[in-house]
Unconditional design. Structure first.
Length: 307
């Protein structure tokens, strides 16, 4: 028994903020930002709820389902619209869902944590679960801080997961966390995102490589078997360093941060959606989904695409 990815959808703000626009108010340039991060532009606007509604609706439609077919909604977000109540019930209400719903916060690993949670829920009686990663990071950015303002963007990605007693798309999962690294990337109540970039880089590469290697071992696949790497979109240097150590060429890696920036829990579904739309993964092929986030958290999974 297992899980199938039934449908995918995304939600993005209309407003595009380019590096050139940021350079008008910050001591930076398009060349400086692109060289150090790989980012050229990012989307800004909306909220975790409004963007999540768009992505969720698109995923349900892509799956060929009706709202009444969804049994549970799991929302991954670091930036809920309110401290209380959770944003998931508000998204469910806007979508017309009549089911249980809850938020999950594992920062940039959030979508993967939500998928793992959904997997457990499907194996204990639910039939179809809507998983959404949605972020409004720009709300918590100090736009005079050139170190953070250039990195973050807003957006949402969603997937419908369906129970299948005959097989599974998810071949392995490795999750982890280390609270001793909690101060490396933070956002206090009423404050802004702060990060120790050098230390985050060092630890991120290590945990991505370690968890990805474990996930491949559990799935009984090698780096040569992986057709596509779908990483968290934080920094192109982190992606390059991790894939190099894994022995997987960048040609088999999805990069969307040049257009979206770091969108935290929505970055992996946004990247998967982009890969599918561009025909980069086909039925029967293997994808490695891997990410890390504040907490510190990390998650890797090997998926065999069946659609």
């Amino acid at each position: 028994m297992g899980v199938r990815f039934k449908g995918w959808g995304i939600g993005l703000p209309d407003r595009i903020v380019t590096n050139e626009e940021l350079s008008q108010t910050l001591d930076t340039s398009d060349e400086w930002i692109a060289e150090r991060t790989g980012i050229r532009e990012r989307r800004v606007g909306g909220s975790a709820v409004s963007l999540g509604v768009i992505a969720g609706r698109n995923a349900i439609q892509d799956a060929g389902l009706l709202v009444g077919d969804i049994d549970f909604l799991v929302l991954a977000t670091t930036t809920p619209d309110r401290l209380c109540p959770a944003s998931a019930p508000m998204i469910a209400n806007e979508l017309g869902l009549n089911c249980a719903s809850m938020d999950v916060n594992a920062a940039c690993s959030g979508f993967m944590y939500a998928v793992r949670t959904a997997q457990g829920l499907l194996e204990t009686g639910n039939r179809r679960i809507l998983v959404i990663g949605s972020e409004n990071l720009s709300r918590w950015v100090d736009w005079s801080d050139r170190n953070m303002a250039v990195l973050l963007g807003d957006g949402a990605g969603a997937a419908v997961l369906e129970y299948d007693e005959t097989g599974t798309d998810v071949l392995s999962f490795v999750l982890g966390s280390d609270g001793s690294a909690a101060d490396l990337l933070t956002c206090e109540h009423g404050g802004y995102f702060q990060m120790d970039g050098k230390e985050v880089f060092r630890r991120a590469v290590r945990v991505v490589v370690d968890s990805a290697e474990q996930a491949m071992k559990i799935a009984d696949v090698s780096p040569d078997d992986i057709n596509l790497v779908i990483p968290h979109q934080a920094n192109v240097r982190i992606i390059k360093a991790a894939t190099q150590r894994l022995g997987i060429p960048m040609e088999r890696t999805v990069v969307t941060l040049d257009r979206y920036g770091n969108t935290s829990s929505s970055s992996i579904p946004l990247a998967f959606f982009d890969a599918r739309q561009n025909g980069r993964i086909k039925s029967g092929e293997y994808a490695l989904m891997t990410g890390f986030g504040a907490g510190m958290t990390w998650a890797s999974a090997v998926v065999r695409w069946s659609r």
